[in-house]
Design a protein around this ligand. Structure first.
Ligand code: ZN
Length: 497
């Protein structure tokens, strides 16, 4: 197994990856809060950690990939609004928070499929793990690092920081943390401003509420990830991923909670992807510069000059190393579209090239070049998942492929094994590891192929005078909203309602 080096955000350095259990990897990634639609900014962690998962599997590891769904507690915006309205309306008139959860979870899964992201091994929900969260909070209270006030429970950050390196992950000191903390609720009842909520008492209008030893309430955001990651991956596991914006307070709090509850730091390697920016600003509701995935794929947004295929977005994200910032622009996306098209064309040419059988005439220099670029793909992925360099290597091979096709390079200049190596490299890296797919594979062309087949079957039925069968085909298509039309020249066309 080749050696993988990854940048551990906790220690701020590249480190050799050594799993806790040989041959296995426990990977936890913070998933979405399903109170709204995913946007371009969210696409980056989704795609980054999909490639991490794919690459670990490629290296031969058995990966347990856990990615949660946050569906409880700290709903904002639409969810919050909906909850506030709840008390004033009759049960069926009001928007049930679980309707929102269902709607946005489905939409999120749809987006993940569009991006060709593999499914995680387990996708636990916060609402499905309330008992585990309560148990963990009780444990932290019993160990003296949390306290209950008026039905809410807070983590005692000062006490923790006196004994453990609080702030090491995010690189902040407590005073700094106080300045930037978003958690303003409950300030009057906390012992210290830096303390964060493990459990919140539910106000009367709050519909999502559960019974607990401290009264009815709902869990804090950070505790769900600690409870679910330890349940499925163990008290100490290999890799925890997420966006850089989650380092504080979310991941810093996860470390503190888990360290007290389990007596050890929870994670060996922390991986954080950088942000997508627009004009240098992070994409987010706060900046009013959000482009939702549905808008991105349809082109229906004032900032978009056209619709972008999900594979173009995927390619655009992977063309930059995950720890660098990535600035959105139409020009950048259009350039990615062109580049992906070019690379995929070379791959298709390569697939159709006949294998040469005359190795004696091969060009040693060219052969070496091919070997080097193919080997570089593995080296670059092992160097902290450098997908940008992998793509650059594949681009170096494109002129060789096109040169052979165009006749500028002799067909026998490369040996069969070098040609096969190129083919394997494109297949492995472009398709399996980067998870890319061709742009032209759209649903319309698939539907057209199916309809042409059905039309042919109907023609055959008529030819053998089986009018019952041919009418049945026509009627069933009509019921599905597809009208067949017999043209004068005997051809059959169709229209879709
Ligand atoms: Zn999380």
């Amino acid at each position: 197994m080749s050696t993988l080096y990854l940048y551990n955000s906790y220690n701020r350095q590249k480190e050799e990856f050594v799993p806790i259990t040989p041959g296995h990897v426990g990977l936890y990634v913070c998933g979405p809060t399903v109170s709204g639609e995913s946007h371009l900014g969210h696409a980056r962690p989704y795609i980054t950690f999909d490639v991490v998962n794919r690459y670990l599997q490629h290296l031969g590891y058995k990966v347990r990939y856990v990615r949660n769904i946050t569906d409880a507690g700290h709903f904002e915006e639409e969810g919050r609004e909906a909850e506030d309205k709840v008390a004033k309306k009759a049960l069926l008139e009001m928007l049930e928070p679980m309707e929102l959860v269902h709607k946005y979870t489905s939409l999120y899964h749809w987006g993940m499929r569009k991006f060709n992201n593999l499914e995680p091994s387990i996708e636990p929900t916060a609402t499905g793990h309330i008992i585990e969260q309560i148990n963990m909070i009780e444990d932290i209270i019993a160990k003296g690092f949390a306290y209950e006030v008026n039905g809410s429970v807070y983590f005692d950050v000062k006490k923790y920081a006196a004994q453990y390196p609080y702030g090491k992950l995010s690189g902040r000191v407590i005073d700094d943390l106080l300045e930037t903390t978003r958690e303003l609720e409950g300030q009057e009842e906390k012992r210290d401003r830096a303390d964060f909520a493990l459990w919140k008492k539910a106000p009367p209008e709050h519909i999502m509420r559960w019974k607990s030893p401290w009264g009815e309430g709902f869990p804090g955001w950070h505790i769900e990830c600690s409870a679910m990651s330890s349940k499925y991956l163990g008290q100490r596991f290999d890799i925890h991923g997420g966006g850089m914006d989650l380092q504080f307070p979310h991941h810093e709090s996860e470390i503190a909670q888990s360290t007290i509850a389990h007596g050890c730091a929870p994670v060996n390697y922390w991986i954080h992807n950088n942000m997508i920016t627009i004009d240098g600003k992070k994409m987010g509701k706060a900046y009013n510069n959000v482009i939702k995935l549905t808008e991105l794929f349809s082109g229906d947004h004032p900032m978009l000059e056209q619709a972008y295929h999900p594979m173009v977005i995927r390619f655009y994200i992977l063309q930059t190393h995950y720890r660098s910032t990535l600035d959105f622009s139409n020009d950048a996306l259009k350039a990615s579209e062109k580049a992906l098209r070019r690379l995929w064309e070379a791959y298709e040419v390569l697939q159709k090239l006949p294998l040469t059988d005359n190795a004696s005439a091969s060009d040693a220099e060219l052969e070496q070049k091919i070997l080097d670029f193919c080997q570089a793909c593995a080296d670059d992925m092992n160097d902290d998942f450098n997908t940008a360099k992998v793509i650059a290597n594949l681009f170096e091979l494109a002129p060789v492929i096109n040169g052979i096709k165009g006749g500028q390079i002799r067909a026998d200049a490369i040996s069969q094994s070098a040609q096969q190596l190129m083919l394997d490299t494109f297949h492995t890296y472009l398709e399996s590891i980067l998870g890319l797919q061709p742009l032209q594979q759209n649903d319309d062309s698939k539907l057209d192929s199916v309809l042409q087949l059905v039309i042919e079957m109907r023609r055959e039925a008529r030819a053998r005078k089986d009018y019952a069968a041919s009418d049945k085909i026509r009627d069933m298509l009509a019921a599905a909203g597809i009208q067949l039309k017999d043209e004068k020249d005997g051809a059959v066309s169709y229209s879709i309602d």
